[in-house]
Write a protein that binds this ligand. Structure first.
Ligand code: HSE
Length: 328
């Protein structure tokens, strides 16, 4: 299967590195970062490209843009992992629309287009007979979309509760365990590359709310939007509040919850018992689904990180390879 990859930040480099390392039958024929692009129908030399990038060099030719790759390269699936703009969804939405109109499958980790335009993009993909996959947009490596569509097929999802932001979870864990201040813990999260380019998205609960919107629209197709989420972040939480919770055998986690029967769509810091399944440490995410047949299912895994997110993207690519490309 031939793929084009646009975006060479932490996620894009993780995906490229894993495609080069593993024998997946996937060839990258077009690749671009924000400054340059490269088209090679025979397969881009990824190790050489990553080495060039590491030294601050260009990934390819400065006259070739991401849009050129999307429009001109020969590929079966576009991997779109450019930075998220949650307000406009651009330029990612334009790339995705353009690839779908060329009847190319799309795999994205980009929360902007999926939280804003999921129904429209899904309909366009269906009309063109291609797949739109976005496992990596929610909860990093946790295969939540695969679980919903395959493992829990036929179940009615009644509610969901989760820790969906690795940065906040990391900050809360470090504050409670090491007594770090909020500022110190946030600085660490940024240094480790977990936080969004603008970390206010993490700490104000916006990133978790966007993921909740994606999950709600995927499960219930109810067209909810970011401003429909009742949201409080962890930015005003003090070390004293955490200490008080700890004194009572509890802790604080930023919990996202969607309960349609109660019209609840909320992200907020919650005091919960330390043995609760949603009390996970560091950048782990956790998600409990309440269903009619399977009852409660809790999934736990790494919610952020380069290779962890690459895992979700590669799962989507192989889904497309096995169900669409090899059958064509
Ligand atoms: N900043 C996000 C987080 C990255 O911390 O969860 C993964 O979406």
């Amino acid at each position: 299967m031939k793929v084009a990859l646009i975006g060479l930040g932490s996620v894009g480099r993780g995906v490229a590195g894993m495609i080069a390392k593993k024998d997946l039958g996937i060839t990258i024929t077009g690749i671009a970062d924000s400054r340059s692009g490269l088209i090679d129908g025979g397969g881009v030399d990824i190790p050489a490209l990553l080495a060039r990038k590491k030294e601050g060099g260009f990934c390819g030719d400065q006259t070739i843009s991401s849009a050129d790759i999307v429009k001109k390269a020969d590929y079966d699936a576009l991997i779109e992992v450019t930075p998220t703009d949650a307000l406009s969804g651009e330029p990612a939405t334009g790339y995705i629309r353009s690839a779908i109109s060329r009847k190319k499958h799309v795999v994205t980790s980009n929360k902007g287009p999926i939280s804003l335009f999921l129904n429209e993009l899904r309909m366009a993909a269906r009309k063109n007979g291609v797949a739109l996959r976005y496992e990596a947009t929610v909860a990093g490596a946790i295969p939540i979309m695969h679980t919903l569509e395959d493992g829990l097929a036929g179940n009615e999802i009644l509610a969901l509760y989760g820790v969906l932001n690795g940065t906040c979870n990391f900050i809360l864990t470090r504050m409670a365990a090491e007594g770090l201040t909020y500022e110190q813990a946030l600085m660490e999260a940024r240094e480790m590359g977990y936080a969004e380019a603008d970390p206010t998205y993490d700490v104000q609960g916006i990133d978790a709310a966007i993921k909740l919107v994606i999950l709600a629209n995927t499960i219930w197709g109810n067209g909810v939007k970011l401003d429909g989420v009742d949201r409080t972040g962890i930015d005003l939480l003090t070390a004293d509040a955490l200490r008080l919770a700890e004194d009572e055998g509890c802790t604080i986690r930023l919990i996202a919850e969607a309960i349609p029967r109660k019209k609840i769509l909320r992200v907020s810091p919650r005091i919960i018992g330390k043995n609760h399944p949603l009390v996970v440490d560091g950048t782990l995410n956790a998600l409990t689904l309440e269903t009619d047949m399977a009852r409660e299912i809790t999934l736990i895994g790494r919610g952020a990180g380069s290779v962890e997110t690459a895992s979700a993207i590669i799962g989507d690519l192989l889904y497309i390879r096995d169900r669409y490309v090899q059958r064509a």
